[in-house]
Write a protein that binds this ligand. Structure first.
Ligand code: 5GP
Ligand code: ZN
Length: 137
């Protein structure tokens, strides 16, 4: 737990939230500024910044909770699909630095656009490919 983290405060009940799920390791609640109806956040109770420092022992259970909550959200709002997302780092749009998985229900014709694609040259693609392979060694 971190004293000044808003999601830790939500877990402790110091900030109110529309809680939808809780167990000994995880907590889920409605996003206060939803992208679509039912937009929810699932967080580990242990404070970590994101997926890269997420406790290994909880990874499998996290996925199970995501599946359970996402299924319920989709049913509750009668969604046609959903996006999962973890913004990681300020450059990626992360504003709360306590790991959280967004569940964003999607509806046919809801008007949300996916990210635009970029054209990279063959050289840039090959260089990036090489660098990632080397970083994975
Ligand atoms: P991020 O951009 O860090 O991936 O997303 C953080 C999310 O947390 C945002 O969608 C934002 O609306 C939500 N959020 C921030 N503060 C609060 C809060 O106090 N209560 C709730 N329910 N959601 C919050
Ligand atoms: Zn926290």
């Amino acid at each position: 737990m971190s004293d000044d983290c808003i999601f830790c405060k939500i877990i402790r009940g110091e900030i109110p939230s529309s809680k939808i799920y809780e167990d000994k390791d995880f907590f889920a609640f409605l996003d206060i500024r939803p992208i679509n109806k039912g937009h929810s956040l699932i967080i580990p109770k242990v404070h970590c910044k994101g997926i890269l420092d997420f406790p290994r022992a909880e990874e499998t259970d996290f996925l199970e909770v995501i599946k359970k909550v996402a299924g319920a959200v989709v049913k509750a709002v009668d969604a046609d699909g959903f996006n999962l997302g973890m913004n990681t780092g300020a450059a990626a749009g992360q504003i709360v630095f306590h790991a959280h998985m967004h569940i964003i229900p999607r509806f046919e014709g809801d008007g949300l656009k996916s990210w635009p694609h970029k054209e990279l040259s063959r050289e840039e693609m090959d260089e990036t490919h090489k660098r990632i392979l080397s970083a994975l060694k």
